[in-house]
Write a new protein. Sequence first.
Length: 182
Amino acid sequence: MLKRASPLLFNLFSSTRQPVFVQLSKRKASLYEPPYLEALKPKYPTYDVINVKITGYDYPVLESYQRFVHRIAESLDFDVSECWAHPPKKTRVVRYKPNSSNIESEYNLTKYERYIQISDLLAPIYPVFLRFIQSGLPEGVTLSVVHHTDFIEESRYVPDKELLDLKAQLDAAGGPITKGRK
């Protein structure tokens, strides 16, 4: 029995006689970097700054949903940097009678926007957060997640009309008078 099994064992071991290299060092850092820098890196990748944009036509519903999203983000230990509101956009919708220029009805709609800015969002927790806030999304409210850009930063500030008019008057009069020290 052993004589019959020995050629099988010999063939089995001879086929796996390839050189095996063992890696002695499992260190991922560079040779010139200290090892504690590797420990400071986060375990999972993070998103830098993300804006959760909420839009809707019903102001109280939008405000309560913003509170809901803010509470969920804080309960998941996210860093909620800022929350802000954009100025409302007013739209007038006119409905005409069929084959006529007579007005049947007129609607004045106001669209509200809210932003919730979250920074250093962990990538594995982001889908859970998104599914959770989508599950509580009320009717008539639109949810979108966008990266923070300079355009969003500029659009959040409303220009002061009176200040711009005063600057235009000052420039028309010859500019500001500056007295230099000597």
